[in-house]
Design a protein around this ligand. Structure first.
Ligand code: FAD
Ligand code: NAD
Length: 471
């Protein structure tokens, strides 16, 4: 039986980063992956496919040019599912190639198969051809991710009543769609399909959506969606979904309202992929959504030598944070502890339009009783915005009145997921409003919105107490 310093189960962002980190420290590493190709949900059904689909949709529809040429402007009149898939396949091939090469040049050993525990140091791997292998690990990292939550009362058929993993296999672009769940997945796909001219209705069980985002940003975002005729129904759950003889789907809401659509996307959360791991063999008990509890500093579970990272440990369940968790877990597992991560990480929602946020929302600052001031800039006030034909998009910053420190940055609009990193750097380096007031920004850029929002807040804030005292 082969012996490794670290065995990683799963090759998504958490597993991949963990494996490379341990290999860089000259450790013997095995990655076991049951999927046909390495990369996990991130590469095959999640992050990369959805973002590629978004980019293709925006390019082929000419979405970004409509500020100048009108809502009727199209780059390609008839967009087919093949148009969308072509770019997807090329992107995914590149991603897998890069990953395979990283593994091979760092001498990470890989086995394709499904892993389960024999005991806390031994796993059994069943390969696709039925062969069964065993391997021992000094430490074992669970980076098995999640799969879509599929309740029994939803008649999934893989064609017109689908989950988000099946969306990439659809045969034709639907003319109408009901999206169930206004979480990040539901909202990203709903807005991408709306940009492709599908008539979209979103049904959300709660009275609000995206509650972890600053409310003013969500209000602006919701206004933009409704302005282009997307229907957002809150506070409603599904009573039934049926497929009619015509092939259409009939969605009946709990209040009796009926929605008809060519396609239903069920995106009401995901659950941890733990059920085939035989966790009973090591006495590890996941919660009812299949998630595993870990020490937030080391990512070690309650069982010494067994680590878990990525979506399997729950919020924030992002590719970006999963990678970092995997790296920290691997370092700890091979006795090379990592420094604690900085306090704030960014969250990017690749809807149309994008949203990105880092730090505290206005609601959070209010709840904590911190005296604050906000600064706002609209992209239409920037020269770059004029050049790009933007009439929407805003950046909001929140500053402490007492220390002048930046507490949160929130953006909706073009480039939000890139722009947020300026705010993230200032936040984690504990910068103040003066950073934005005193620094020169490239012109014309959308980043100039930071300057405008900084000045907007500063004009109302007055001088820092200590500066007043120094005068
Ligand atoms: C539609 C969608 C869009 C997303 N967009 C973004 C985004 O824009 N930005 C972002 O940061 N995040 C995004 N995410 C989240 C991101 O994809 C996840 O956070 C990330 O993939 C989690 O990584 P992971 O390593 O925990 O696991 P995963 O990527 O889920 O990989 C787990 C791997 O483990 C394997 N595995 C499971 N069980 C076993 C077993 N028993 N034996 C062997 N192998 C096993 C699986 O086959 C899989 O390949 C998105 C997710 C979805 C679904
Ligand atoms: N851009 C990104 O970073 C990105 C993109 C996609 C996904 N993700 C990650 O993937 C994870 C899963 O996303 P998700 O959107 O599937 O899950 P989620 O749990 O975030 O959202 C599910 C939504 O569905 C609603 N819901 C649940 N049951 C319902 C019902 N019966 N009827 C109507 N609404 C119902 C919930 O109230 C919730 O708003 C997230 O945690 C997210 O971090 C990240």
């Amino acid at each position: 039986m082969n012996q490794y310093d670290l065995i990683v189960i799963g090759s998504g962002p958490a597993g991949r980063r963990a494996a490379i980190q341990a290999a860089k420290l000259d450790k013997q590493v095995l990655v076991v992956e049951r999927g046909r190709r390495v990369g996990g949900v991130s590469v095959h059904t999640g992050t990369i496919p959805s973002k590629t689909l978004r980019e293709t949709a925006l390019n082929l529809t000419g979405w970004r040019e409509r500020g100048f040429y009108g809502r009727g402007y199209r780059v390609k009149q008839e967009i087919s599912i093949d148009d969308l898939r072509r770019r997807l396949l090329i992107t995914l091939d590149h991603e897998v190639d890069v990953l395979e090469h990283q593994f091979s040049r760092n001498r990470v050993h890989q086995i394709r198969g499904s892993a389960k525990f024999v005991d806390a140091k031994t796993i059994e791997i069943e390969k696709d051809d039925g062969e069964v292998l065993h391997a021992k690990g000094g430490s074992i990292l669970l980076a098995v991710g999640t799969k879509p939550y599929r309740p029994d009362n939803i008649p999934f058929d893989g064609e017109s009543i689908i989950d988000s993993d099946e969306l990439l296999e659809i045969k034709k672009l639907p003319r109408s769609m009901v999206v169930i769940g206004a979480g990040v997945i539901g909202i990203e796909y709903a807005t991408i399909f709306s940009a492709l001219d599908t008539t979209v209705t979103v049904v959300e069980g709660r009275d609000t959506m995206l509650d972890f985002i600053d409310k003013e940003i969500v209000d602006d975002f919701s206004y933009q969606l409704r302005d282009r005729n997307m229907k957002l129904i809150f506070g409603q759950t599904i009573d039934s979904i049926e497929k009619e003889v015509s092939g259409k789907c009939r969605v009946t809401l709990a209040n009796g309202r009926v929605l008809n659509a060519e396609m239903v996307l069920y995106a009401a959360g995901r659950s941890g992929a733990t059920e085939t791991l035989n966790l009973e063999a090591i006495g590890l008990v996941p919660d009812k959504r299949g998630r595993i509890k870990v020490d937030p500093e080391t990512f070690q579970t309650d069982i010494p030598g067994i680590y878990a990272a990525g979506d399997i440990v729950g919020f924030p369940a992002l590719a970006s944070t999963s990678m970092e968790q995997g790296r920290i877990a691997a370092r700890h597992a091979v006795n090379a502890p990592a420094r604690e991560p900085p306090q704030y990480f960014p969250y990017g929602i690749y809807a149309v339009p994008e949203i990105s946020t880092c730090g505290m929302s206005e609601e959070e600052v209010t709840q904590r009783g911190i005296p604050y001031e906000c600064g706002i800039a609209h992209f239409r006030e920037t020269s770059r915005g004029h050049i790009m034909g933007l009439d929407t998009g805003m950046l909001k910053m929140i500053f402490s009145l007492k220390t002048h420190r930046l507490l949160g940055v929130h953006i909706v609009g073009e480039g939000a997921t890139e722009l947020v990193h300026i705010g993230q750097a200032v936040l984690n380096l504990k910068g103040t409003v003066e950073y934005f007031v005193e620094n020169t920004f490239n012109f014309p850029t959308l980043a100039e919105a930071y300057k405008i929002a900084g000045l907007d807040a500063w004009n109302r804030m007055g001088e820092l107490e200590e500066e007043k005292a120094a005068e």
